[in-house]
Design a protein around this ligand. Structure first.
Ligand code: NAP
Length: 318
């Protein structure tokens, strides 16, 4: 700013401490409500942190907008065609969270398959008075078949981790990936074949019009009754009611969920009462190290956009 005042940005609050430190003295933070009501042409940046929707009408209420920067890789809450139409660059934080998110996918897979959380509850409870070789038996992980739906940046790292567990890995994408097949020995499978043959199905697709409700009652019915579903992509990729019924009725064995639809689930939602679901409050990238990198990259994207420079990571499609 030539007059010495700081650029004004609308931000989804509360902001992470690291983000706040990085923004300190560089921007003036305006609450999200400004973007929801009225119009403010002095705002030049939008910093999105959670999943609050950003669409064309919101962009039009902020006619001075030069950049939208998202803390995270998934941008299903931002209407990208509207941003492109208005020539507003959108930045995100791909790559740097692959390892942490793949670790969490595997954490959920292991915990759900081996009933770890159920075991934890039992081990702390009054009923645990002696060891019993017959209780809380889970399913094998090593040597089983892993199906990854969405073999992109994070999916590839999930496949790498599966090698240590001697798993056979199937994957499904819209585009076949011969490079990853050669490198990791994974096999391409049609969607329904993957569902039918996998002991663990990990969802790693972005949320789009095509993937919304991808795992519905029909898809769940194609899975093995001994199979576990892990959703670390986005909640709406799975039909929540269909998943609840499948878990309740033994159509599938278990689920590990990092994301849900809605998120969070209402506190009295019946899914939360099932033993065979292991659930995390969207912790995919939640490590101290990765969150630091996400903060740095998202703030760098924001500052570049405010200065009229190229973003470090600008989303091109869809
Ligand atoms: P990515 O590199 O773009 O990979 C996504 C993969 O999904 C691609 O291989 C893509 O291949 C495939 N895909 C897209 N649409 C598909 C469809 N309709 N059917 C089948 N496959 C499809 O993205 P990423 O960085 O790995 O991240 C993936 C998603 O994970 C993000 O969009 C985000 O929503 C989620 N995520 C969640 C967390 C968390 O905290 N839980 C953290 C990070 C990311 P094709 O284009 O060939 O189909």
């Amino acid at each position: 700013m030539t007059d010495g005042s700081l650029p004004r940005i609308v931000a989804d609050t509360p902001l992470d401490e690291v983000v706040l430190e990085l923004l300190d003295g560089r921007v003036e933070i305006v609450p999200w409500s400004v973007a929801l009501e009225g119009s403010d042409s002095s705002v030049t940046g939008l910093y999105t942190y959670g999943h609050l929707p950003v669409d064309g009408p919101m962009m039009d209420r902020l006619p001075g907008l030069k950049v939208i920067s998202n803390y995270g890789v998934g941008v299903d809450h931002i209407h990208l065609p509207d941003a492109r139409e208005r020539n507003i660059p959108v930045g995100n934080t791909p790559g740097i969270l692959n390892g942490a998110t793949a670790d969490m996918a595997f954490t959920l897979l292991l915990a759900a398959g081996r009933r770890l959380v159920e075991g934890d509850r039992y081990a702390r409870g009054p009923e645990f008075t002696h060891y019993d070789p017959g209780y809380i038996l889970g399913r094998e992980i090593h040597g089983s078949v892993l199906g990854i739906i969405g073999m992109g940046r994070i999916g590839t790292q999930v496949a790498q981790r599966a090698q240590g567990f001697e798993m056979r890995v199937l994957y499904h994408n819209r585009t076949r990936r011969p490079d990853i097949e050669a490198e990791l020995g994974v096999q391409y499978a049609e969607f329904e074949t993957l569902l039918a043959e996998s002991d663990y199905v990990v969802l790693m697709v972005p949320l789009t019009d095509e993937t919304r409700g991808l795992i519905d009652a029909a898809a769940l019915a194609k899975m093995k009754p001994t199979a576990t579903l892990v959703n670390i992509a986005r909640g709406p990729v799975v039909d929540t009611q269909a998943l609840y019924e499948a878990l309740r009725d033994g159509v599938i064995y278990a689920a590990g969920l990092d994301v849900t639809d809605p998120e969070p689930l209402p506190r009295d939602h019946p899914l939360l009462g099932l033993e065979n679901v292991t659930i995390a409050p969207h912790l995919g990238s939640a490590t101290i190290e990765t969150r630091q990198k996400m903060a740095e990259m998202s703030v760098a994207n924001l500052m570049a956009g405010l200065a009229g420079d190229e973003l470090l990571n600008r989303i091109e499609g869809p």
